[in-house]
Each structure stands twice: as C-alpha cells, then as structure tokens.
Design a protein around this ligand. Structure first.
Ligand SMILES: Cc1cc2nc3c(=O)[nH]c(=O)nc-3n(C[C@H](O)[C@H](O)[C@H](O)COP(=O)(O)OP(=O)(O)OC[C@H]3O[C@@H](n4cnc5c(N)ncnc54)[C@H](O)[C@@H]3O)c2cc1C
Length: 289
C-alpha cells in the first residue's frame, strides 16, 4: 500500500481546512471500505483524514419532537446497542447489526456506508425509507440534502471538493408507523446483497397513509421508489395493495447480471423482499398502535 499522511482533526472547521488544503485527501470513519480500497490500489491518497475525533461526527442524539441525529462516524455497534435507538428505530438497529460481522460493526459507520456509495449498501434503502437527511459541511458552511439525492452513481456522491458528511437526521417516528429492511445474500453473512428492500409505512384507519420504499443492488445507486409509495397511499392495507407495490418494485428495478445473480432473479427478489418488508412494517405499525 502506498504510504500516506494521517490527520485527526478535532473540529469540523479543522477538517474543512485540511480538505481545502489537500484536494486528494480521503476521509476515514471506520476504514472498513477505505482501507480495503487503498490496499487494493483502487483509491490513492497522500492524506487520510480520520474524522472520528470530531464530536459532531461521533455522537447519537434523540429528541422525541425532532428525531434522531447520528454522527457520520458513529460505529454500527453503538447504534444497535443504544437503548433509545433499539426502542424507537428498531429497523435501524437491525440494519446496523446486519453490516458485516462483529469485528466490522466495531468500526463501520452508517455514514461511511452511505459515502462509499455502493449500490448494495445495506443501510441506505432503510435511511431513504425513514426519510433521513444528510448534514454536509464545506468551506461555505453547512447544507442539508435528502439521503435519496446523495448517491449519484457507483462510488459517487453529491459531495463537492472540500465537503464531507457530518451527520444523518431521522425524523421522529409517527404514530402507527413501522419499518423494515430485508436483503437476500448467497450466504448468511459477510457478503454483498443480491438485492435488498427498505420500507416504512404509516397506517391510518385501515389504509396506508404513506409508504416509502427503496431498493439496494438493483441500479447504479440505491433506488427510491417514489411512485410505488404514491400508488399505495390511501389504499386499503391488504394483500392486493401490497402485491401492487411489489410489482412496481419488480418493474422499476434496473438490475444487472453478475456472479451473485441474474437480472431476472434480482427483479424477482425485489418483488419478494418488498412484499415481505411491507408485511413486517405493517405488523410493526399495528403493534405500535
Ligand atoms: C468483511 C466485510 C463485510 C462487510 N459487510 C457489509 C455488509 O453486510 N453490508 C454493507 O452494506 N457493507 C458491508 N461492508 C462494507 C463496509 O463495512 C460498510 O460500507 C461500512 O458501513 C463502511 O463504513 P466505514 O465507517 O468503515 O467507512 P470508511 O471505510 O471509513 O469510508 C467509506 C467511504 O466513505 C468516505 N467517508 C467516510 N466518512 C465520510 C464522511 N463523514 N464524509 C464523506 N466521506 C466519508 C471514505 O473516504 C470512503 O470513501 C463490509 C466490509 C467488509 C470488509
């Protein structure tokens, strides 16, 4: 691996300054993607900027009125061990405990999962379903963007030179809401999703008040199925409505064929995973009611 300098800024401002002065700097949260890529020569840099010591990037804060803020570098184990997260956002705790194995979860962050911008990233469809937003820092200050608008292609994001992700914000869950992420992988762990589906539903008087669905590994970016959600809003909560959403997911997916599965198989999985994720999300919403 090519040698590089290593910096540990203690504030957002210091990190912004380092990035402005070093155009090829790479950010490091847990390093479970970055170090693999540097070692394999898929990425190069003269400076790694470790953001874990910046307080805003390493804290979890919940406010019942406004929701949950997770620092971009908070490792997965802290997310699923957090009692408030486990109780208030069980689907998020589940997805944090799904990424890699115990060792990976000790380092890997949800922020890194998003910024790595792999189409197969497990946390991203769920973040989209939960209507999460990104807080981004740069030399011009901070800006906010919806997670569904963050990834622009495999390994590419909206982050401009000198910008980085500070935190993710999830709105407070509504009454009668439930969420779930499901993926299919060839083995039980330590592999990339063949396909995944993240869902959040809000129920009202036996109908879907709103539904948000996003898919993993079936397009160049995590795929937000806005139309599937809109088609379901106002529909009765029954098998026919759920089947309609699953069919839209199957048709909207734009998968490729690779060693993990054919395009047809992935499309089929999108329908199955979407249906099952909605069914569980509905069950959770009813239990919470
Ligand atoms: C054995 C193994 C198993 C894995 N299993 C899974 C799995 O099941 N599911 C899954 O989705 N992924 C999996 N991964 C991939 C990886 O662990 C995840 O993507 C993880 O969430 C990345 O987080 P990190 O903190 O380690 O990111 P890092 O490696 O630190 O960073 C990832 C990328 O994001 C950039 N970055 C990091 N933080 C910021 C920031 N704040 N602002 C801007 N850019 C930033 C980095 O420069 C880098 O390009 C696995 C990896 C390994 C090695």
């Amino acid at each position: 691996m090519k040698s590089f300098d290593y910096a540990t800024p203690a504030s957002v401002g210091e990190a912004v300054g380092l990035l402005a002065a070093h155009p090829d700097a790479r950010l490091l949260a847990g390093g479970t993607d970055l170090l693999v890529q540097l070692r394999a020569g898929r990425k190069e840099t003269d400076l790694v900027v470790d953001v874990k010591r910046i307080p805003e990037l390493n804290t979890i804060h919940y406010d019942p009125a406004s929701g949950l803020t997770i620092g971009a570098a908070v490792p997965c184990y802290r997310i699923y061990r957090d009692k408030v997260v486990a109780r208030t956002y069980p689907s998020l705790a589940e997805v944090a405990s799904l990424i890699g194995g115990t060792q990976i979860q000790g380092r890997a962050s949800i922020g890194g999962n998003l910024c790595n911008a792999a189409p197969s990233a497990d946390s991203v469809p769920l973040l989209i379903a939960l209507a999460a937003t990104c807080r981004i820092a740069g030399s011009g200050g901070t800006r906010e963007i919806a997670v569904e608008d963050f990834c622009t292609g495999p390994g590419r994001t909206v982050l401009e030179h000198g910008e980085f992700l500070i935190s993710l914000h999830l709105p407070a869950p509504l009454a009668h809401s439930g969420a779930r992420y499901l993926r299919f992988i060839p083995r039980n762990e330590m592999d990339i999703a063949v396909a995944g589906a993240g869902v959040e539903v809000v129920l009202e008087n036996g109908k879907f008040r709103s539904v948000r669905i996003a898919l993993a590994a079936v397009a160049p970016t995590p795929l937000f199925l806005r139309e599937a959600g809109e088609a379901l809003a106002g529909s009765p909560v029954n098998d026919a409505s759920i089947a309609r959403a699953a069919e839209i997911a199957r048709k909207t997916a734009r998968p490729i064929t690779d060693m993990r599965g054919t395009a047809d198989y992935r499309s089929h999985l999108c329908a199955v995973l979407t249906r099952r994720a909605i069914e569980t999300a509905v069950q959770r919403a009813r239990e919470k009611a």
